[in-house]
Design a protein around this ligand. Sequence first.
Ligand code: SF4
Length: 410
Amino acid sequence: MPPEKHALLSASSAARWLNCTAAPRFEAELPETTSRYAEEGRLAHAIAELKVLKKFTVMTNRTYNTRLNKLKKDPLYDSEMDKTTDLYVEHLTEQAMLYDSAPTVAAEVQVDFSEYVPEGFGTCDCVMIGGDTLSITDYKHGKGVPVSATGNPQMRLYALGALRRYAPIFGDTIQKVRMSIDQPRLDSYTSETITVEELRAWGESIKPIAQKAYSGLGEFVPGEHCRFCRGRAQCRANADGQTALEDFKDCVPASSVPADSLVPQEYAHIGAHGNIVHPLLSDDEIGDLLIRGQHLVKWYKDLEEYATSRLLDGKPIKGWKLVAGRSIRTFTDQDAAIEAVIAAGYDEALVYDRKPKTLSELEKLMGKAEFAEKIGQYVVKPLGKPTLALITDKREAYNPAAADFAGVAE
Ligand code: SF4
C-alpha cells in the first residue's frame, strides 16, 4: 500500500471546508494523526482493489492468490474484510450489468479536480464507463455512520476528476454520472445519478468557496461537520458554538412570558431577563434545549481525549491529571490456573461454561449468504429500544403500540 498523499482541500473533507472555509489551513497546522480504524480501512481498500482487478481485468489466479495472501499476512487483517470486499465486488458486478455491454472498469483511479478546487486531487475506488454513463463507487470500510451518496460533495468532486480524466477518450458521449457509496459493514448502499451538465454547474457553484478555503482567508463556522475535524478539541469557534449551558439562561425569551402570567406567586421564578417565569420548563422549551445542546456531550469527550493525550505526552493541563482507572484481577497463566483447579478435585463441567457464539460471530464465521440460508429462519429482529432523534431523522417514528405486538405471530 503506497503512502497516502493528501490535498489541502481533499474530496473527503469537502463537506467540512464547504461549510467552514477556515478548516483546511487550521488543520494543516496540527499534527497528522492516524488510527487503527484508518489503517484497517487502507488494508481493506487494498484487498478490494485486488478483487476488482481480478474480476474485471486479466489477472492469473496465481498472481491474485500471491497478492491476496501477502495482504492477509498484515497483522490488521480480519476475515471480515474478505467478506465485505466480496460484497463490494458483487455490488460492482450488479452495477456493470446495468450497462448494455461490458463497461470499461478501472480501480484506484487517480483523479484531478483542480479545475474547480485549487490543487484538488484524489482517488476513485472504482470507475466504470459505458454507453452514456460514467459510474464511480466509493468503498467505505468504517462502520460508524452511514453516508449517503445523495448530494455528496466528495463523490461529486471525484466524478468531476473522473470526467476530466476520461474526456480525451470518451469525449461528449458521457452524459450522465452515477455516484455510489458502498458500506457493506453497515449494509448501506446508496447512489445518485445526475447529468454531466448538473455536475459541472455544481462544480462552478463551489469554485468561490474552494478559493476562499484555499486562500487562508476563510471563516470558522462550527456545526455538524466539526465531527471529523482534526482541530475540533482545540478550535475556539467550536468551543464558542457549544453554548448550550449559557443558552439555558435564555431559554425563555423575555418577550414570550407576559408580566402578568398565570404563574402562581409562590412558584414564581425571576428569569434571566428579570421577568417572571414558570419554574418548570415546558416541553417545547425542553425540545429546544435538546436541539441546542445536542453536540455538547460529543465535544466534551473530544476535550477529554485531547487532554488525556497531552497529559500522556507529559504536557500539563491546568487542573487535571491522569490516574489509573478501575482494573480487574486476571490470571497470569489461565491454563495453569484451570489445571490446578481440576487437580484440586473440581469437575471440568463446573470449571468451564459452554457458551455458543453470538449471532454476529456466527454470521462472521459463515458469511452472510450461508448464514441466511442455513439459520436465517431462526433470526428475528425485535423493535429497538426507543431512542430520541431529531424530527428530521429519516427513520420511521417509534410506535409504542406496534412495539407491544412486535414478535407476536399472526
Ligand atoms: S472544529 Fe469546526 S469550526 Fe473549528 S476549524 Fe474544524 S470545522 Fe471549522
